[in-house]
Write a protein that binds this ligand. Structure first.
Ligand code: PGA
Length: 316
């Protein structure tokens, strides 16, 4: 068989996402370019690797078999790259970070501070929601992941910074400026929530369920940016990390409600699979994050929400 690493990489991404669109976004290629790689790979293999049923694509038996080996080959390639980077030292290493969508608000600043110290290091940052991060961790597809709620099983997770979740409203909302709003008073309110699979959404749902309050998630949006716009436009209340709100609070476009039990106190974690073999640059970034992140990055101060509440999140 005479296929190329490029074809195998395209195949691995399509098989993992079961989507040509998401694979092409991840690989920074056009969709026709990814389809072409898969077509050529299927010609080399001599068997179809995917089948389309309705709107969804599925792996064929041959595809499943090849996916198993392509994950192993990708891990071996990453290891070769790491060994070679080690020989070059920190001068020319490469780092792959995967971050929860919400962490997108500060991880680039962390990377910038790290790269300033270690010029010559190049970085790939994958931004995705918690569910997808768990998939990436399971196949060891990055040096480090940054997320708000690590799984309790396999991986190693170090907390490195607070991640308070607050309830936001437009400044003219009837509850804006009220003190100690009872949680039960929110049962009639509509919420604009993140998509299923989001760590923020999971934490908010658990919090409301534990306190016996039904959460009316009337709208669902895929990004914190969209939620802020929707809340500002009066579509409902939102639950977001303080790290996403710096600008809106400064400009008084949104306010934090002072609700009983809030903020939900969480942390940001740097996570990696147990037994991970770090490259020099991976180890340096881990050390840098644990030592420097709280200084390099600061969440905006809580202006309205009660910061005395002990609403610690229960890990799942
Ligand atoms: P999310 O994760 O961006 O998927 O919501 C962040 C978090 O868990 O806090």
């Amino acid at each position: 068989m005479n296929f190329t690493f490029r074809q195998l990489k395209a195949f691995e991404a399509v098989a993992r996402h079961l989507s040509y669109t998401r694979a092409s976004e991840e690989l920074h290629l056009t969709q026709p370019a990814v389809s072409m790689q898969i077509k050529q790979l299927e010609e080399h293999v001599g068997l179809p690797l995917f089948e389309q049923i309705g709107k969804r694509i599925h792996l064929t038996d041959a595809g499943r078999e090849l996916y198993h080996y392509s994950c192993a080959i990708a891990a071996q390639l990453a290891e070769v790259e790491m060994v070679l980077d080690e020989m070059k030292g920190l001068r020319r290493g490469h780092l792959t970070i995967a971050a929860a969508s919400t962490a997108n608000y500060f991880v680039p600043r962390l990377i910038a501070a790290f790269c300033k110290r270690h010029q010559g290091v190049s970085v790939t940052l994958e931004v995705t929601n918690r569910e997808e991060l768990l998939n990436l961790l399971a196949i060891n597809a990055m040096d480090l992941a940054i997320m708000g709620q690590p799984p309790t099983s396999e991986p190693i997770a170090h907390p490195f910074m607070d991640n308070p979740l607050v309830i936001i409203a437009p400044p003219d909302h009837p509850l804006a400026g009220e003190r100690n709003i009872p949680l039960s008073q929110l049962s009639g309110e509509c919420f604009v929530m993140r998509e299923k699979g989001s760590g923020t959404r999971g934490a908010a749902e658990r919090f409301f369920a534990e306190h016996g309050v039904a959460l009316r998630a009337a709208q669902q949006m895929h990004s914190s940016e969209a939620i802020k716009q929707a809340v500002e436009a009066g579509m409902g209340l939102g639950v977001l990390s303080m790290h996403t709100l710096e600008m809106e609070l400064l400009l008084n476009r949104l306010v934090v409600l002072d609700v009983e039990g809030f903020p939900i106190r969480r942390h940001w974690y740097v996570v990696y699979p147990r037994g991970k073999r770090f490259s020099q640059v991976g180890q340096a970034f881990l050390d840098f994050t644990l030592q420097e992140a709280p200084h390099v990055l600061r969440a905006p101060p809580l202006t309205t929400g009660r910061d005395t509440s002990p609403a610690l999140e229960t890990p799942t």
